[in-house]
Design a protein around this ligand. Structure first.
Ligand code: PMP
Ligand code: GLN
Length: 383
């Protein structure tokens, strides 16, 4: 190790930023990084402007602005029947900071963290920064379901928590009630905490999203995380929240105090407006995304890339082995120059390279004409 080696060596940079930069450089259609190319509700943006204009420009309370805390409480009650009080919610800088706070606040060095693989990239970094040890449980193509026996086998006396993500990025799996009951039984048997990343909670296609915290015995051991980015197409606002029992939320907030202290003062009341008044936005978004999922999936299939149909999120995965590339990374690095499209190699989200090597993720949270342009370009490819 050189003089400047440090404990973050090996974490790497974010694949999403890398691939978006590649898209800009090459003029390719960007189906890589997951961000919508249309704005969230105009009334919500107006609420942010009004907050900026009405002097809400200084530090908000560390816990979150009262409107946002109350809106999250009302949201959890309305959608899931969960009863929370303000001490059981903390506002964060996106779900990313809620995840960071949960892992830093709840994982001791040497603790094992069981995590679904493929995993969202910030999990890897934050488990490492917290000094934890990642124990992946693999979701495998073509169905990407959770194998409860594999989950049970991943748990050891050193396991501290299970990090769930449903709806799951990148596979689009939405954990069903029986999978979640299996997780709950193991968490209770081994007295584990659960951190549940539910940022795609409203982006499901005909299947129900069940928060694990609603299962018997689970609220008291679960930190539930979400954010406004996906539900309201404002990924750049970075307003998120964690909720759960007050002691676990205090652990998240304890870490958050030293990460950012507070976040997005004028955006928090606007997100409260979104949560309180704009369920219709994400309901319509989910309907539109289901159509776009099918449109992109048909195009990918026609281009010889078999799609695995997602039940949620805005991503579809394909196997690219038929193209002759050795792996998804080589495929994705060539794709902008060869076809004019950017996608994400899912193998970077796997420890188990056999399971992930040939998988590539495509985002369909784009205008129909953008999806059609990508499909046209792909259909011209001669692999
Ligand atoms: N978790 C998952 C699974 C995600 O896909 C994202 C999207 N970026 C995040 C967390 C981060 O959300 P945010 O932008 O609110 O920090
Ligand atoms: N969540 C988005 C994705 O999975 C992007 C997040 C990011 O760029 N860090 O594409």
């Amino acid at each position: 190790m050189g003089r400047h080696a440090h404990r973050l060596d090996g974490i790497g940079s974010t694949i999403f930023a890398e691939m978006s930069a590649l898209a800009v450089r090459t003029g390719a259609v960007n189906l890589g990084q997951g961000f919508p190319d249309e704005d969230g509700p105009a009334a919500v943006i107006d609420a942010a402007v009004a907050a900026l204009r009405s002097g809400r420009n200084q530090y908000p309370p560390g816990h979150g602005t009262p409107e946002l805390l109350d809106a999250v409480i009302a949201h959890q009650q309305r959608h899931y029947g969960l009863d929370l009080v303000r001490e059981q919610v903390v506002a964060t800088t996106g779900a990313t900071e809620a995840l960071a706070g949960a892992l830093l606040g709840l994982v001791e060095p040497g603790d094992e963290v069981v995590v679904l693989e493929p995993y969202y990239d910030s999990y890897v970094a934050m488990i490492q920064i917290a000094g934890g040890i990642r124990k992946p449980v693999t979701l495998r193509a073509p169905d990407f379901r959770l194998d409860l026996e594999e989950l049970a086998a991943a748990i050891t006396p050193r396991t501290r928590l299970i990090l769930l993500n449903s709806p799951h990025n990148p596979t689009g799996t939405v954990l069903n009630r029986s999978e979640l009951e299996g997780v709950a039984a193991l968490a209770i048997e081994h007295d584990l905490l659960v951190v549940s990343d539910e940022v795609y909670e409203h982006l499901t296609f005909g299947v129900e999203h069940v928060p694990v915290a609603t299962l018997p015995g689970m609220f008291e051991r679960t930190v539930t995380i979400s954010s406004a980015g996906k539900s309201f197409s404002v990924t750049g606002w970075k307003i998120g929240w964690a909720s759960g029992p007050a002691d676990l939320v205090a652990a998240v907030e304890g870490a958050k105090n030293w990460l950012t202290y507070v976040s997005g003062g004028p955006l928090q009341p606007a997100v409260a407006v979104a949560l309180d008044e704009h369920d219709g936005f994400h309901q319509q978004l989910a309907r539109d995304l289901a159509v776009k999922r099918d449109r992109l999936s048909s195009g990918l299939a026609a281009a010889g890339l078999t799609p695995y149909r997602p039940d949620g999120t805005y991503f579809v995965t394909t196997d690219v082995s038929a193209t002759g590339y050795p792996d998804g990374r080589a495929f994705c690095l060539d794709l902008p120059a060869r076809v004019g499209v950017v996608a994400i190699p899912s193998q970077v989200f796997y420890d188990d390279q056999d399971a992930g090597r040939h998988l590539v993720r495509w985002a369909f949270c784009k205008r129909t004409e953008v999806i059609d342009e990508a499909v046209d370009r792909l259909s011209a490819a001669d692999w």
